[in-house]
Design a protein around this ligand. Structure first.
Ligand SMILES: [Zn+2]
Ligand SMILES: [Zn+2]
Length: 139
């Protein structure tokens, strides 16, 4: 190993190739366990396999309320005619997430409910708009 080069956490004599995606330790080619598109050290691979959560190692939970709000707001900015579709997706999302109790933080659950309320209003308003557009065009 040349001076100044990062070395493997487990083999100080070997040059590091990649850091572990879970713990950040430097790994040599021998210690680098590729798991899907992740690089894991043997320790993390083992603990991940034990806990069966290798696929969800990222610490942040998916914020469904943020996705819902994006679907509520983006069509207003981009194309209002998409609203019947996106508001239905939001309502479906809310119903789907509600069937998994305890999976949401309290404030995001509330935020999701508000998003659902706005989506419901959008659904009614945009459906009325569509009916107006279609009947105006075809009569
Ligand atoms: Zn690791
Ligand atoms: Zn190594």
């Amino acid at each position: 190993v040349a001076e100044g080069e990062a070395t493997c956490f487990f083999h100080p004599q070997k040059r590091a190739q990649v850091p572990c995606d879970a713990c950040g330790r430097f790994l040599c080619a021998l210690c680098d366990c590729e798991f899907g598109d992740q690089h894991l050290c043997p320790a993390c691979l083992e603990s991940g396999a034990r806990k069966r959560h290798i696929q969800v190692l990222e610490p942040s939970r998916t914020r469904w309320d943020q996705i819902a709000w994006a679907l509520v707001i983006l069509p207003l900015v981009l194309c209002g005619l998409l609203l019947p579709l996106t508001s239905l997706i939001v309502l479906g999302l809310v119903v789907w997430r509600r069937s998994e109790p305890g999976s949401l933080l309290d404030n995001s659950a509330l935020s999701l409910k508000i998003a659902a309320g706005v989506a419901a209003v959008e659904l009614v308003a945009s459906t009325a708009l569509w009916v107006f557009l279609l009947t105006g065009r075809f009569t």
